[in-house]
Every structure is written in C-alpha cells, then in structure tokens.
Design a protein around this ligand. Structure first.
Ligand code: GLU
Length: 510
C-alpha cells in the first residue's frame, strides 16, 4: 500500500513553527517511502477561522520546499482538501453512525452542561465528563422517549450529536513513538460529532478525512494523543479497523528554559519569532519571521528535524535528500526538546558555508544596502573571504563594511598597547616597503611583512595586529594580506596614514 501522510493544520492564525515541524516529519516520512504528502485544511471551527491563515500555511511550505503532492493549493484526486468544502461527506458519515446506534442526540443547554460539571466537581467525582457514567442524568435521546426526542427536533430545539462511548472499556492506542497507550472510556468524553448547524467537529471530520483520503500514517503533535482513543473507537464504529492508520505523536517543542510548550510570549522575551514568515505583531506592525531574518529554508528544516529526532550518529548537517534518506519514526524521541535559537543560527551559518560561492554571492548581492559601493564582479572573492564568519547572507555587509568604507572606529585598547614609540617607527618603515611593492598582491604583501618581522626580530603580534586594526578597525577577520590586496595600494596608504594620525590623537588624549 502506498504510504500517505498528511499535515492537517487549522487556519486559526499564523502557522506556529511547531506545526511546521510536524509537516516536515510527515513529509520526510512519506518521501522516504516514495509516498505522498497531503495538505488538508481543517477549518471546522468557524469561530476561530482567520482570513489569510490558509495562504500563510501554503506560503510557508512553499518557502521551505516541503511541497505537498496533494492538498489545498496543490490539487489531487482525493479532494476537496478543505473541510468546509466537505460537509456532505460528513453528513453522510454521521448518518451512518446514527443509524448504527453509535451516537445519540443531546439537547442540553450550555447552562445545563455547566450545572452538571459543578455538581460533579462539588461531589469531588473523578469523572466529570459527559459519558456513560453521567449521561443518564442529562437531556438526551438515551434518557428521553422517542416521542420527546421527535418533539424537540420538530420544535427546532438546538441539539448536538454525541458519540456513545461504552462504559468502563479500555481502548489501546498503538503509537509508533510511545508504544501501547491505554485509556479507559470512563475518563473520556462522549464528544460531539456534529453540531446543530450541520457542521462536524474536528474529531469526526479528522477521522472521516484520514480514512477517505487513504492516510496510512497520522503524524501529529503530542497534544492530540488524548483524542486518539476516540479516533480509534470511531474507526471501529465505521467498520474501518482494518485500514486504521498508524499513529505517531511527536514530542512538544519546548521553551528555551524547558518550561512548557514553545510559546510566542516566551519567544518574544528571548528575542526570536515562532513563525516561519513575517507576521503582524501585537502593535499591528510587521515583524520578521525566520525567512525575513535570513534563514535558508534547508538550514531551517535541518534545524527543525532535530526538534524531537536524532539520527543516532554525530552527523548534524543534512541536505534535504539526506534528511529523506535518514529520517525514521523510530528515532523520534518521547520527550520534548528545548528550543535553541543559537543552534538554529549555527545551522544557518553551516549551510551558508556549504553553499556554492556563486549561489551565496547571489544571496549576498540581493541584500546589498543601497549606499554601499561594491563591484559585483569582485563580490564572489569577497564573499569567499568573509563567509567563515557569516550566519546570514546580510551579515556580509556589516562584517565587510571596512572593505568599502573607512573604519568608523578603532579597537582602542589594542591600539594603545601597540602604538608606542618603539613600534611606531617599525610600522612606518614597513608601510614604506609595502607601498614600494610593484605587484601589490596578497602573496607579495605576505612575504614582505614576514621577512620584515624576521629581520627586525619582531613578533607577529607587534606588526600584524596593529596593521589589521589600522586597515579595518577591528581585531578579527580574514587574512590581513588578502584584505590589503583587495583594498589596493592607494587605499592602504590612505588608511595607514589616517589611522596613524587618529592613533596619535587617541594616545595623546589618555
Ligand atoms: N487540525 C489539527 C491541528 O490544527 C490537526 C490534528 C491532526 O493532525 O490530527 O493541529
């Protein structure tokens, strides 16, 4: 049988990266087995429906390259893929449950339901659900006569259709990650299957869709584990036990402090987003998602696969193909994983460096600030030189600022130590030697500097460090010989002279 997995988000707001992680796992699992990955939009809860949320989900998957074979926005033979377009399918299936006696009508008002819960909690009952233990005291077709039920229906009294769970039965869920998990129906709820408005609830629609769309593996977040015994029961009521999908519940993504499910509020405090793409923040202003921050889709996916999975080896860097080949449900962890934004950045830096220089150059060029004067032809060389230190493509323009502009400030502490009466004359005569070079290239510059240091019995720190600071303002960076070549003789002269006078002033001011 062909493996078919699905991602079934509800369009209730911006797609959280926890959902994206679920989509990635379901995608990788399907692709590894030449299966299909489906996007289904679960919009049965019209009250929580958010305009634009569906498109945001599609855009996020497109950005990440997690492309569904079928689904809203992607076509396919098992549609419609939006639950609000499948009402008739649900009605037909609910009727089947009603006809087979698996459900009942309930007429309880919200006040009556609250009163029931209050009563049970005052009695300190361990069971507070609407189920076999309690439904005998409520207003439903199990406690009312057929005539009464008909009269209520004829009157148009609001009602719901509830599933009739058996009393005190164990339902075992076989989970690919958690193993066997048992539930007792006395602790479960006779959940509503169909609301009075003819719209199904999540549970009914979810099971009907997974069955009719021939889903073989239901991969979803741990928060759905408690609903699964009900889903298993529904498969049995429909007579679909033989094609019941494999369930796999993924561990939660936790806040960086390990406390609770990764939340927007906590992430805001730590200063990172929980949404893949840009979104309107609480002040109704656009905030960056991971994409706008500069994350590469493959790096972000690579980071997310480690949120609840590991390959069992030391390997951290994976290409998309490698992820597909390596991913398996048996290496998904049971416990949640703390979100580590630094690690996400690390992955980005590594993927950036693994990229072909031309491709990386394109990315860097695309985020060039307007006021930087840079020759596009020279850029690949510069990018190659700077990429060791980059996390995002845009970092280049900050880190390489000194290649295009005079340093705005100098590392004063280091300058003070090295800019002294002993060292200054050396630096001056080295400057003369350098400027006399006919071929002002990195190799010549290096040879000149090294032999100067040797013949004057100086240390590298005495010469190279101040030279670097004079040229760039900062202590670290790529080879100073390369930097000098790129700046060119004239600019090197200009910078050394400018720095010398600034250093003199700095020292005089102490
Ligand atoms: N619509 C549910 C959600 O928004 C999906 C649960 C499932 O995958 O079964 O998370």
């Amino acid at each position: 049988m062909k493996v078919r997995t699905r991602y079934a988000p509800s369009p209730t707001g911006y797609q959280h990266i926890g959902g994206i992680r679920t989509a990635i796992f379901a995608y990788l699992f399907a692709k590894k087995q030449n299966g299909d990955f489906i996007l289904r939009i679960e919009d049965t809860d019209q009250k929580r429906y958010q305009e634009g949320a569906e498109q945001y989900i599609i855009d996020s998957l497109n950005w990440l390259g997690i492309l569904p074979n079928e689904g809203v926005g992607f076509g396919g033979d098992f549609g419609p893929y939006r639950q609000s377009d499948r009402k008739e399918i649900y009605q037909k299936h609910v009727q089947q449950l009603v006809d087979n006696g698996h459900t009942y009508y309930a007429f309880d008002t919200p006040e009556e339901l609250t009163a029931m819960r209050d009563r049970l909690s005052a009695a300190k009952s361990s069971i507070q659900q609407y189920n076999a233990v309690t439904r005998g005291d409520m207003r439903n077709s199990l406690t009312m006569s057929e005539e009464e039920v008909k009269a209520e229906l004829d009157k148009g009294t609001p009602y719901v259709i509830r599933i009739k769970l058996p009393e005190n039965k164990t339902i075992v869920v076989q989970d690919a990650i958690h193993g066997e998990v048992s539930f007792n129906t006395n602790q479960m709820d006779d959940k509503v299957m169909m609301k009075g408005d003819g719209l199904p609830t999540y549970h009914l629609a979810n099971v009907v869709d997974d069955h009719t769309m021939e889903i073989t593996h239901v991969i979803r977040g741990d928060e759905w584990m408690s609903s699964t015994p009900l889903h298993v029961h529904l498969y049995r009521c429909f007579g679909w036990e033989d094609t019941m999908p494999v369930f796999a519940h993924l561990p939660l993504m936790l806040n960086p402090d390990g406390k609770g499910k990764l939340s927007k509020r906590k992430a805001d405090q730590y200063g990172f987003p929980v949404f893949p793409l840009q979104y309107l923040n609480d002040e109704e202003k656009l905030s960056d998602g991971f994409k706008e921050l500069g994350f590469l889709p493959e790096a972000f996916v690579n980071f997310l696969i480690f949120q609840g999975w590991n390959p069992g080896t030391e390997q951290e860097m994976f290409s998309m193909d490698e992820m597909i080949q390596t991913f398996s449900l048996d290496r998904v962890t049971k416990a949640g994983t703390k979100f580590d934004f630094k690690k996400a950045q690390w992955f980005n830096g590594e993927h950036l460096r693994a990229m072909d220089t031309d491709k990386l150059t394109e990315l860097v060029w695309a985020c060039k600030p307007d006021d930087v004067n840079c020759d596009e032809k020279q850029l690949p060389q510069l990018v190659g030189m700077m990429k060791e230190r980059m996390i995002f493509a845009k970092d280049f323009w900050l880190q390489a600022d000194y290649l295009f502009n005079l340093p705005k400030e100098y590392d004063a502490k280091t300058v003070r130590k090295k800019w002294n009466d002993d060292n200054k004359p050396h630096l001056k005569s080295l400057q003369d030697q350098l400027l006399a070079l006919e071929n002002f290239n990195a190799e010549q510059i290096e040879t000149t500097i090294k032999s100067f240091i040797e013949s004057n019995e100086l240390s590298f720190g005495d010469i190279l460090l101040p030279l670097r600071i004079m040229l760039t303002g900062v202590k670290g960076g790529p080879s100073v010989f390369d930097i000098a070549e790129i700046l060119g003789k004239e600019e090197v002269e200009n910078r050394l002279n400018t720095a010398a006078s600034i250093f003199d002033e700095m020292n005089a001011a102490v």
